[in-house]
Design a protein around this ligand. Sequence first.
Ligand code: GYE
Length: 305
Amino acid sequence: LGLAQAQAPKLPQKDSYKVGFAQTENNNPWRIAETKSMQDVAKTCNWNLVYADAGGSAAKQVADVENMIAQKVDLIVLAPREEKPLIPAVMKAKKAGIPVILIDRNVDQKVAAAGRDYVTFIGSDFVDQGRRAAEWLVKATGGKGKIVELEGTTGSSPANNRKKGFDDVIAKQPGMKIVASQSGDFARDKGRQVMQTLLQAHPDVTAVYAHNDEMAVGAIAALEAAGKKPGQDVLVVSIDGTKDALTAIAAGKMGATVQSSPFFGPITCETARKYAKGEKIPAWVKVEDKFYDKSNAQAMMADGY
Ligand code: GYE
């Protein structure tokens, strides 16, 4: 029985690295922008990138990481689809002496720890994103409304925490109620379908909070198909900052979106370099996010992807 290593594996200083990037899925604008950011930085950071797309399957993503371990990469950059199922993959990499940097989504903090099992988590404050979305809605409605919440991928850190941040703010509003909260798996057409179904049970809904822009855009389509005017009859707020969302805000169909940047390439390169030099890396490298509403969506269109 070997003693568990107290610290995450080190990254030696080298001119170039073989880096595995285990992506969750690559079928929407946010993921495509993130993948491109990693591929672009691979050139300037001297990375030979081993890329794998899990296609929306945690089991496939675990196998992808195992493959990278077998290929003896120097570093694994992992965007863990869900909080719990990816932990065994993180532990296997640790056992093989390969450092892991988590980007964009986190793993369960009750089981795995930054600095001990993986180097760090680079990403947004999802609780705060949910809070900011709720605060916008409270202000826009004067604290009134029946809300449908479209949740992200079940068991993922952004879905868990975006729900927490939003629900906590709404719970303090006596005039507001979340009438339904259901997963749309962060996907546009799923969001549309779930919204269509929920509208039948709750035709009097006055607001939609979607955990990402893809589901918000899907919900807008469902609202329009049901003869509602999104942005007027039903306010829509979400998270990400995609081009489609900024366009919907400028057109008055969507109220606001909290940014969640997908551009992890440069910050991941910088963090890996610092780690190789032996610098102390914080447990959480926090990404700061902007906020888009009617006042700036048109002007900030170039931020979109
Ligand atoms: O908001 C969503 C994507 O993990 C932060 O995942 C990311 C989220 C992002 O599918 O659009």
